[in-house]
Design a binder for this molecule. Structure first.
Ligand code: DGY
Length: 319
């Protein structure tokens, strides 16, 4: 029997590509450029399966034009806001993602963002690098202490819980908002708030870990920034759509926020040019899951889902 034809839209890890080539009739986009709508539609007539990343957008318009040959989209991402799931379901296309395997890497990065934002990482690096470090003083680059501070987490899914676990190592007092309270075995003693507003009132540090959906677009807007304790620090390692970036700049300008750590932006790639002038924004280019171990695990998880599908089983991560 011939192997299913698989298109891999980006240069995934070597281990992933080797395994894919062994089990599938695989074509890889070694140029590593994001697949356009036209490329996705064209590929659907030539491939039974696609492994895309969050950079390929399966909108309702694309979904409507996909060829019936395409049976499964096995995403190499946990987030699936780039996929119109109802539109793809209407076309009978199975969609999977890669949960669990990137939770620790993403939580590590959120911790880096929180610490970097709290301790002036951007300005400090610049001062040393440019030779502008000409004195030391007790009031020089004084930051906000993380240890023992109150942390608010919005979204206690896998990544939120991984972040909470790491934050406990800093003796943080952890509060969270989630659609429903977690069982105590998962909550790790964190305090549940039944509204975002209630959580914000206590969050000296705030970390976002919820998916981008129509309901969470601009979740952090001007009214919500105003509810944070003055001088709070916000970290976003989830999706740029969660934050109203104009409101974020305003909150930084009036000191309501002391700093922010961002790994994702409303516009990617590129980010928000207005942020560049602010050294109290610690920015990274959407690299939450970018560790060697996690990239291999994401690729293998996507392939596990394909293997199950083509073996006639329900993939573990079918959405
Ligand atoms: C994810 O998996 O959703 C990350 O943002 C990387 O794509």
């Amino acid at each position: 029997m011939s192997k299913p034809r698989l298109w891999i839209t980006r240069r995934l890890s070597d281990a992933t590509l080797e395994r894919a080539a062994r089990d599938y009739d695989t074509v890889v986009n070694y140029e590593d450029t994001p697949g356009t709508a036209d490329q996705l539609i064209t590929a659907s007539a030539a491939f039974d399966a696609i492994i895309p990343c969050h950079s390929e957008h399966f909108s309702a318009n694309v979904a409507a034009q996909l060829h019936p040959r395409l049976k499964i989209i096995a995403n190499h991402s946990v987030g699936v806001d780039h996929c119109d799931l109802p539109a793809l379901a209407a076309r009978g296309i199975t969609v999977t993602n890669t949960p669990d395997v990137l939770s620790d890497a993403t939580a590590e990065l959120a911790m880096l963002l929180m610490l970097g934002a709290a301790r002036h990482a951007v300005a400090g690096d610049r001062i040393v690098r440019t030779g502008a470090w000409d004195f030391w003083s007790p009031s020089f680059m004084v930051g906000k202490q993380v240890t023992g501070a109150r942390l608010g987490i919005i979204g206690m899914g896998r990544v939120g819980r991984a972040f909470a676990t790491k934050a406990r190592g800093f003796d943080m007092e952890i509060h969270y908002f989630n659609r429903s309270p977690l069982p105590e075995s998962h909550a790790m003693g964190a305090v549940y708030h039944d509204t975002v507003e209630s959580l914000l009132g206590v969050a000296d540090f705030l970390s976002l870990h919820c998916p981008a959906t129509p309901q969470t677009t601009n979740l952090m807007d001007a009214a919500r920034f105003a509810l944070l304790p003055k001088g709070a620090i916000m970290v976003n390692s989830a999706r740029g759509a969660l934050v109203d970036e104009t409101a974020l700049l305003d909150a930084l300008a009036d000191g309501q926020l002391a700093a922010a750590g961002l790994d994702c932006f409303q516009t990617e790639p590129g980010g928000n040019p207005a942020f560049s002038a602010h050294e109290n924004i610690f920015m990274l280019p959407h690299i939450g899951s970018a560790t060697t171990k996690t990239r291999d695990a994401m690729g293998f998880r996507a392939l596990d889902n394909l293997d199950a599908f083509f073996a006639g089983q329900t993939p573990k991560d079918k959405l």
